[in-house]
Ligand binder design. Structure first.
Ligand code: GLU
Length: 380
């Protein structure tokens, strides 16, 4: 096998994804002439999703198009809209967008489920856990979640503003192994190929570097909010969460099938860092609301990869809810780990020092055996 073929063979393939997030931009979903969804093409995407589901791949769709679908109806056709105008347009267009997806997916006997998220839903710990639980439940029930930004309520501060990064956050949240951003271009080039004939296509990006970031260029004019820059920002989020990401051409029949069959694209490979997506998130983007102090035996158990049991905890500080991040302090007060507590601070105070079998008798209900499960724990 040639070196090039060997390299291609090692690339991810959507056909083998376990959990796949696909993002479709407004320019793909909405036909500007008709100011309506491209129903035929959505039907092909839905058929591709059904094919993947049949072979065991869970698929989540992040679909733009709400604002674009409502512009003409509302006579908001100027290239730049004010935030309130975008919000009004999204309120009108999202209903049509949801309808278009329901129609496309139900033709494949798939159930569409709509989720509208804001940046806060992917950062605030309780909302994050809720959104993740809803998404994984929906996937377990065989549904196809169709996600967009909750544009109607998202103020400037809590907005993503582009669905590329939203899709990457969703991929991180559900620990997807692959994310595909369908675009009007078949990947990343060394320069803008529409302007520079010498621009070369890059089939694989092993790691995000400053040099790659510099290929982002300026955002495109007109309706679309993305461009290469937000796609590279998405690549950073996804790859550092252990998820492979592709930029692929959407404007073609059966785009997912085409990609599975080897259509040209750019793959961004997941970072080799061993930490799982979830653990990065716990370690990085949460501000702990309390702390638990453990004894020497528990500290040792944690360092060998065990969960934290109530029996090994000496004290609780702070006021936190179930699912909140807490610091884990060793007997000397130094932070040894960080994790998500399975009990709120009041309940945790009551069960510490006790064996897990006693939890039910103490609280009157049977909770988790662990105060912090090892999957929710990051050793520092
Ligand atoms: N959420 C916006 C919409 O549905 C699109 C944002 C984007 O495409 O990046 O219209």
């Amino acid at each position: 096998m040639s070196a090039r073929l060997a390299q291609v063979a090692a690339l991810p393939s959507v056909a083998s994804a376990r959990r796949l997030v696909i993002k479709l931009g407004s320019a793909l979903v909405v036909d500007p002439e008709a100011a309506a969804p491209r129903q035929g093409w959505l039907g092909e995407v839905a058929a591709d999703i059904a094919g993947l589901r049949a072979q065991g791949t869970e698929v989540i769709v992040v679909s733009s198009g709400a604002i674009a679908l409502a512009r003409r109806t509302l006579n908001l056709t100027q290239p730049r809209l004010r935030l309130e105008e975008k919000q009004a347009a999204a309120a009108v267009g999202q209903i049509r967008l949801a309808q278009a997806w329901t129609e496309a997916l139900s033709a494949q006997r798939l159930t569409a489920a709509q989720l509208l998220l804001t940046m806060e839903d992917t950062e605030d710990r309780r909302r994050y856990l809720n959104a993740r639980a809803t998404l994984t439940t929906l996937l377990g029930l065989g549904c196809v979640p169709v996600i967009n930004e909750n544009d109607t309520v998202a103020t400037a501060e809590i907005r993503f503003g582009d669905n590329d990064r939203l899709a990457a956050r969703v991929a991180e949240m559900v620990q997807a192994d692959q994310l595909v951003l369908f675009s009007d271009i078949d990947g990343l080039y060394t320069a803008d190929p529409r302007r520079d004939p010498a621009a070369a296509h890059i089939p694989v990006v092993p790691a995000m570097t400053a040099e790659i970031d510099a290929m982002g260029g300026e955002p495109p004019p007109g309706y679309s909010s993305g461009g290469m820059r937000t796609k590279l920002a998405a690549a950073r989020i996804a790859t550092s969460a252990g998820c492979a990401m592709a930029i692929a051409l959407g404007h073609q029949p059966h785009p997912l099938r085409a990609l599975a069959e080897g259509a040209r694209c750019t793959w961004f490979l997941p970072s080799q860092d061993g930490r799982s997506a979830r653990k990065r998130w716990i370690a990085g983007s949460l501000s702990p609301l309390g702390s638990v102090t453990v004894d020497a035996g528990a500290a040792r158990a944690l360092s060998t990869g065990r969960s934290l049991l109530p029996a090994g905890v000496r004290g609780i500080a702070g006021d936190f809810a179930r699912g909140d991040a807490v610091r884990v302090l060793g007997p000397d007060g130094a932070e040894v780990a960080r994790g998500l507590s399975a009990y709120n601070s009041d309940d945790a105070r009551r069960i510490i020092g006790h064996r897990s079998e006693e939890i039910e008798a103490i609280l009157g209900w049977r909770g988790r055996d662990e105060l912090i499960h090892r999957d929710d724990l990051v050793i520092l």
